[in-house]
Design a protein around this ligand. Sequence first.
Ligand code: GRF
Length: 219
Amino acid sequence: MSAVRIVVFASGRGSNLDAIVQAIRKKELPAQILAVVSDQPDAGALVKARQYDIPAISVPWSSLDQSLSVSDRRSFHEKQILEKILPLQPQFLVLAGYMRVLTGDFIDVFRSERGYSRMINIHPSLLPAFPGRNAYAQAYRYGAKVAGVTVHLVEKEVDSGPVCAQESFSIADCRTEIEVEEKGLAVEHRLFPDTLKWVLREDFSIEHRLDGRICVRSY
Ligand code: GRF
């Protein structure tokens, strides 16, 4: 099986990028990272990409004309990203802590003929619980006894789209938000590469349920 050509999007420190790179290096994940894209020029993920000799593409959100509407800025930003990544001919986009909302038009560029988007995201909760930012902190502050991680295909509605994999873990003993995050990241760093192994091969079918769609691995 030849390596699937991916572009990783990340806004932050890049620990999931590390986990993906390690899985590729260990030959557990047949993928090639063509570039790492970030909306944050100082993102740790870009620093890591350079250390790994992966092209690091910075498309700063903050440098856009602030007099434009958010929607216009979003379109312009995505256009700049597409100009940089389409020549690389990626087969899949992997969102690893990318903190920008993507438009339907952008997602449609990566839509397969089977109807799903070839974009995958990791979210630090058991969706649909705790969508949005700081999901581990949300779970801790709510007083939840379990937290979790969701890996899903991307759709226009934020933190939605067919669920590929989910894993829960107990936070009943956690005394701080940081402890929850540490436990969660350990799950993420295993679950994301493991899920990418079959999702990047498009080794799944999409099944319909009353409230949405799920991504079911083919065996
Ligand atoms: C992770 O918790 C991920 O689930 C969320 O953003 C965080 C990114 O962390 N979407 P990192 O940059 O991969 O370390």
